[in-house]
Structure formats: structure tokens, C-alpha cells
Design a protein around this ligand. Structure first.
Ligand code: F6R
Length: 608
């Protein structure tokens, strides 16, 4: 988490640093800071909270240096106050950091013994103090960084600015992404290409262990063994980096509304419409028919997409699926078949636990398939095959359109697997493809329920606890519904398999707890109705997200019924994502919460 920026520019860089940080705010917004050289002297401005607070400080007290670094923070070590805000500095240098220095306590002790005085509660300050200490012993800035880097443990990316050194910055990558951008007499450092897109379309991604000296003429990149290396320059398509809210009040609203379009775009990439079959955009380096099982790993919402996919792979392709959250997979060290397949799912492609699980799977001789939204991300680059979700940049911290695009790609993969394994014939594949093709239209119809959902949101906003129930693929959707509501409204919400209710959670039901039941009229609808009856019998207030047939059949009093269009049950999760997201969104907006940047969260979770 955290975003870092560095610019060796021709004139005052503070404005550009802020612009780049604005694009990195998705990585954290606990505090922000900038350091520049003012006539060779290090000057910092830092502020608690969002970037706008830092901007105010810069208005009151501008910086004019032509070289600078900046940071937007998601707090790991130390409270999110101004003292702990980056850049951290000594008289010799300032540093910005993304990630965690795991051995900071040990280094801090050593440096304190040598006379260093620490001002913050952060792990980052040890980096500033360590490099400073090495410079006190006579090393120049480059040699000091070279000597310091091997002493740091953990996953991190760093940017250094040195007092009196107007002509260069240093960046280092060790487990967290870092890109260098090349401009006209200017060179940039950033946590991702999105941050640098306003200034350049020419990017180099540092490899693991690389560090680089950036000057106005370019960058000298060294690998982990300190050998000078050439890394490829890539052209980025700036069109893909347009970031605005359009006519919407929040990015999250825009991204929910965009779903019919982006799911359609994703489908067009995976479906041979004329042939009525799935046509994967990449050749697969493995054969689905030869797999004895599939391992899926991911975090948060992406994990729930994987959980839905488990139902699809097992029922359509008769392929057993093992799925776990990546923070567990990575340390569980599950036995994995050589030549088997691990599927990782990630919007950002940078999630530390997912990346570590991917690396573990590769170390076991597994093929890796990544469903990712950011095609230039580390996970995309390290996977043997990438199936992109074409959702476009997702800025709202709560994942919406990336989730529905993940589901779309995963269903296409399950169908392709079914064909390869001979568990579906051409007619069934065509029927599944026909169902998929209806999805964008059905999502658009579901968006039209928004006025009703807005009214319902006012009721949900009064609740302290909310339960979500579902069976089959609606069970992971219940988990996702609860996650979406809690992360942006801060209302406590839990998702359960509807059949599990009577094994404990039913004790929570009373007239104050809304129970949101996700139940398209499918083969197990009647079973879910029985669970709704159990809720009703205990005075629970039911909200049914179902279709007209279900609404007519259940015969119970509900707090509200959101009548969705009739859908083929196979594609229901993709379509039902819309009301779930809209309900969380409007509840949070009604409660006055910051839906795009909810407290304590960040968009890209690059720490474990
Ligand atoms: C919730 C949300 C998170 C992410 C999770 C994984 O709305 O967005 O739960 O899904 O942090 O992130 P990615 O998909 O970038 O690996």
C-alpha cells in the first residue's frame, strides 16, 4: 500500500507531484507529504488525512524545487498523523516508502546505539537513518543506498532525495512495484504507470531487486547484484488511464453504472458470437482435460468471485476446485500437483498475498493463470497466462465493475474447461454463451432498480447489523453483499449460506436485523424460501432480491422485494452484483460516508 512518486524536473515539480499522488490515492489516504530541494536544501510539507490537506499547506507555504518526492500513506507502523507522514528525513536525505521493513526494530536498535535519534513510530525512518549513518561514515549517496539495501528485509519500494543533490533521485524495488517514466528533460518515478500517465507514455518497470539512479536524461538501472542492466521501455496507452467521475457523484457510482458496458467489452473478448462458443484470447499452456483439480486463490472480493467460479467449474466442467484466501494459501504450503493449475484473481494485480501464493504455486511446478484487471501489474507479468478483465481503471476502493468482469471471465473459462473435458457438448456451450450474451442487457435493467434501492437504503441505514443469505452461487454473493455494505457504510454485516442459518446465526434474528436474501428463481429457490420462513417466524425483516416468479411464489411479508429481471441461473451472480452494490452504495451515501475512500482501507494491498 502507499503510493510513491519522484520527479527530476526542469522547473518547480510540486504541482506534478500532487497530480501523480492524486492518481495514487487509491493506495492509501491516511496522510500525504512532499519533499523538494529549495536551493539545495531539503524542505518538506506533510499533512494528516487526504491529499487535499497537503494541497492547502502548499498554498500557504509553497515549494519551488525542480526535484522532489511525494507520498500518500496507508498506515502500517505508527498512527496516521503528521509526524508519521512521509517523506521521512534526516539532514542528509528524505525518503518515501511503500511496504514494510520487517527488520526495522533490530535496525533501529543498532542505529540508536550508534547515536541516531528517531522522531516517528514508523518503520520507514530506519531507512532514512541507515542511509544517513552510512553517509556519515563517508559514503556518497549512491554508495550509501547500495550498502543499505541489502540490510533491509521485507517487501518495499523506496524513493530517495538527497540534500544538495539537485540532479538525481534514487528509486529501489524489492517486492513492491515501481515504474520509471521518461519525459523531455524530465524523469519520473512512481508506484504505477497510472501515476505517471499525465507526464509520459514511455515507461520502464523495475524488476525485482532493481534500483535506479534517475537524472534529467534518463535512468541508470542496477540489478540486485548491482550490475547495470537494461530494462525494456514500454509505451502505455494513455487512453486507458483516463480518470474522471463523468456525471456521477462518486467513482463507485460511475463504476457500478459502467458495468453493462465493461462486462459487454469483456465478453466480446472471450466469446465467438457468430460461432456461439467461447474463444479464449490466449492459447493455454496446459490442458484442462488433464487436470485432476484446480486451485484458486485470491483476496476479498476477488476471492468471492473465485468462490462463485468454484460452483461453475465443478458443475459445468466437473473439475474439482480447491479455493482459499491467499493469506492462508501462502503459508499453508498446500501440496500441489506438478503440471497442475493455480488460478489467481486480482483487480490490481499487486495484492501481496495473492502474489506470494502465485509464486508458491510456480515453485511447485504448477501452471499459473491470472485473471487480472491491470495488465501491466506484477501478477500479470509473473503468470504463465493472463486472462484480462477489461473493466478499465477502477478507482472506488470498493470493487464493483472489476468483480463483475472477473465473474464474466471466470464463467467463460469454466465453459472452455467444460468443452475441453467433454462435460458439455456444443449445444450446451451455445446455450451457456446465449445466457452470457444476455448479461449486459440484464445488468442495465437491474441498474433501473436504483430509485427503489435508494428508498430501501434509508431503512438499511438504521440497522446496526445486517445478514445476507443465499444458496448455491448466491451464497458467495451473500458474502460479497455483506463485505460491500460493511466496508463502505461501517454497518456490521455477515453473509451466510441460507442452510447454515439454523446452525447458529438464527439466534441473531429479531425485528431490528434486516435479512437480505439473494434468491433468483432457480432449482433451489424452494429451499431458500424455507429459510426465509424461519426468519419470518422469528420476526426478522426480509429483503428479497429475487425475480417476479420468486416474488409471486414465496407468500411471505417482506420489508422490500427488489424484483430483478428473469435470468438464466448460471449467469445470475453477474447480474445480481448490481443491486447488491447499489444497496451498499446508497446506504453509505445516505449515512454521509466517504464511499470512494472508506476509512482504514486502500485499493491496492501490497502488504501482507
Ligand atoms: C472489496 C475489495 C477488496 C479487494 C481485495 C483484493 O471491495 O475491493 O476486498 O477485492 O483487496 O484486491 P485485488 O483484487 O486488487 O487483488
Amino acid at each position: 500500500m502507499c503510493g510513491i512518486v519522484g520527479i527530476v524536473g526542469r522547473e518547480a515539480v510540486a504541482g506534478q507531484v500532487i497530480e501523480a499522488l492524486r492518481r495514487l490515492e487509491y493506495r492509501g489516504y491516511d496522510s500525504a507529504g512532499i519533499a523538494t530541494l529549495e536551493h539545495g536544501r531539503l524542505e518538506r510539507r506533510r499533512a494528516e488525512g487526504k491529499l487535499s490537506n497537503l494541497q492547502l499547506k502548499l498554498v500557504q507555504s509553497p515549494l519551488t524545487g525542480a526535484i522532489g518526492i511525494g507520498h500518500t500513506r496507508w498506515a502500517t507502523h505508527g498512527r496516521p498523523n503528521e509526524t508519521n507522514a512521509h517523506p521521512h528525513a534526516t539532514a542528509r536525505l528524505a525518503v518515501v516508502h511503500n511496504g514494510i521493513i520487517e527488520n526495522f526494530r533490530e535496525l533501529k536498535k543498532e542505529l540508536e546505539t550508534a547515536g541516531a535519534r528517531f522522531e516517528t513510530e514508523t518503520d520507514t525512518e530506519v531507512v532514512a537513518q541507515l542511509v544517513s549513518h552510512l553517509m556519515d561514515q563517508g559514503l556518497g549517496p549512491v554508495a550509501a543506498v547500495e550498502a543499505a539495501l541489502p540490510r533491509l528485509r521485507g517487501a518495499f519500494a523506496l524513493g530517495f532525495l538527497f540534500s544538495g543533490e539537485e540532479d538525481f533521485l534514487i528509486g529501489a524495488r524489492h517486492g513492491a512495484p515501481l515504474a520509471i517514466g521518461f519525459g523531455d528533460g524530465e524523469t519520473y518515478l512512481g508506484s504505477d504507470a497510472l501515476a505517471l500517465a499525465p507526464f509520459t507514455d514511455e515507461i520502464t518497470y523495475l524488476d525485482e531487486g532493481d534500483w535506479a539512479i534517475l537524472t534529467r536524461d534518463g535512468a541508470e538501472i542496477r540489478d540486485i547484484a548491482n550490475q547495470i542492466v537494461a530494462r525494456p521501455r514500454q509505451k502505455i496507452v494513455s487512453q486507458a488511464f483516463l480518470v474522471d467521475k463523468g456525471n456521477h457523484r462518486h467513482f463507485m457510482a460511475k463504476e457500478i453504472h459502467e458495468q453493462p458496458e465493461v462486462v459487454g467489452r469483456t465478453l466480446a473478448h472471450y466469446v465467438d458470437l457468430a460461432g456461439g462458443r467461447i474463444a479464449l484470447p490466449e492459447a493455454l499452456p496446459f490442458d484442462f482435460a488433464k487436470l485432476s483439480r484446480l486451485s484458486i486463490t485470491a483476496c476479498g472480493t476477488a476471492y468471492y468471485a473465485g468462490l462463485v467460479a468454484k460452483y461453475w467449474f465443478e458443475s459445468i466442467a466437473r473439475l474439482p476446485v480447491e479455493i482459499d484466501v491467499a493469506s492462508e494459501t501462502r503459508y499453508r504450503e498446500p501440496p500441489l500437483d506438478r503440471d497442475g493449475l493455480t488460478l489467481v484473481i486480482s483487480q490490481s494485480g499487486e495484492t501481496a498475498d495473492t502474489l506470494a501464493s502465485l509464486r508458491y504455486a510456480k515453485s511447485q511446478g504448477q501452471h499459473s493463470l491470472a485473471v487480472v484487471n491491470v495488465p501491466t501489474s506484477t501478477i500479470a507479468r509473473e503468470s504463465s497466462v493472463v486472462m484480462p478483465t477489461l473493466a478499465g481503471p477502477e478507482i472506488g476502493v470498493a470493487s464493483t465493475k472489476a468483480f463483475s468482469c472477473q465473474l464474466t471471465v471466470l464463467l467463460c473459462l469454466a465453459i472452455a474447461a467444460g468443452r475441453a473435458r467433454g462435460t458439455i457438448d456444443a449445444a450446451r456451450e451455445r446455450a451457456l454463451v446465449d445466457a452470457l450474451i444476455t448479461v449486459p442487457g440484464l445488468m442495465a435493467e437491474s441498474v433501473a432498480l436504483e430509485p427503489e434501492i435508494e428508498v430501501l437504503a434509508r431503512e438499511i441505514a438504521k440497522a446496526r447489523d445486517v445478514l445476507y443469505l443465499g444458496r448455491g452461487t448466491s451464497y458467495p454473493m451473500a458474502l460479497e453483499g455483506a463485505l460491500k455494505l460493511k466496508e463502505i457504510s461501517y454497518i456490521h454485516a455477515e453473509g451466510y449460506a441460507a442452510g447454515e442459518l439454523k446452525h447458529g446465526p438464527i439466534a441473531l434474528i429479531d425485528e431490528n436485523v434486516p435479512v437480505i436474501v439473494i434468491a433468483p428463481h432457480d432449482a433451489i429457490f424452494e429451499k431458500t424460501v424455507s429459510n426465509m420462513q424461519e426468519v419470518a417466524a422469528r420476526g426478522g425483516r426480509i429483503v428479497l432480491i429475487g425475480d417476479a416468479k420468486g416474488a409471486a411464489d414465496h407468500g411471505l411479508d417482506t420489508l422490500a422485494t427488489l424484483t430483478m429481471p428473469a435470468v438464466d441461473p448460471v449467469v445470475a451472480p453477474i447480474v445480481y452484483a448490481v443491486p447488491i452494490q447499489l444497496l451498499a452504495y446508497h446506504t453509505a451515501v445516505f449515512m454521509g460516508k466517504d464511499v470512494d475512500q472508506p476509512r482504514n482501507l486502500a485499493k491496492s494491498v501490497t502488504v501482507e
